[in-house]
Ligand binder design. Sequence first.
Ligand code: HEC
Length: 155
Amino acid sequence: MRATALIVGLSLLTACGPKPPGEAAAPPPPEATPAEKQALLAALPAPYNTGDLKNGEMRFALCRSCHTIAPGGANMTGPNLYGVFGRKAGTHPDFNYSQVVKAAGFTWDAEHLDKWLADPRGFMPGTKMSFAGLRDEKDRVDLIAYLKVETGYAP
Ligand code: HEC
């Protein structure tokens, strides 16, 4: 049984040709080069233009268990965050938001995100995002800069 499965698996692999690891089935998103990311960062409004993308990426580790950020990424415990800037709160298709986020009525920008990330439940009591909050202001600046650069933000 095992040998058969292995052979079938191998022939399937051969049939599909070599695939770079980690590539999604969807059309590959145009991944910005590090230089392009630095240019995007520099074009952000202050204070985000001085954000530390490395630290932002490290802070995003706090979000990764619940959120994807790649274009077309899956909704997990939380919605996919690609395109979140400029998107009305609570409107990612196929995600079942809490009433309070659905009814929020605002569009995500750095200012709203800063309040949300500092204290999600204080900002929107009744949210089902169970995240305690990121209290350090500089960490939030870095994380928001990282999110802007990684989620297709267009100034
Ligand atoms: C334990 C899971 C979890 C963690 C950790 C988490 N989130 Fe969430 N997030 C959610 C859920 C669930 C929602 C939907 C909230 C609701 O409907 O009340 C959400 C909603 C959001 C939204 C609103 C999206 C929209 O479409 O309106 C943003 C923005 C967001 N999260 C960013 C983050 C960031 C950035 C982090 C890391 C600092 C983070 N979240 C950490 C679960 C999580």
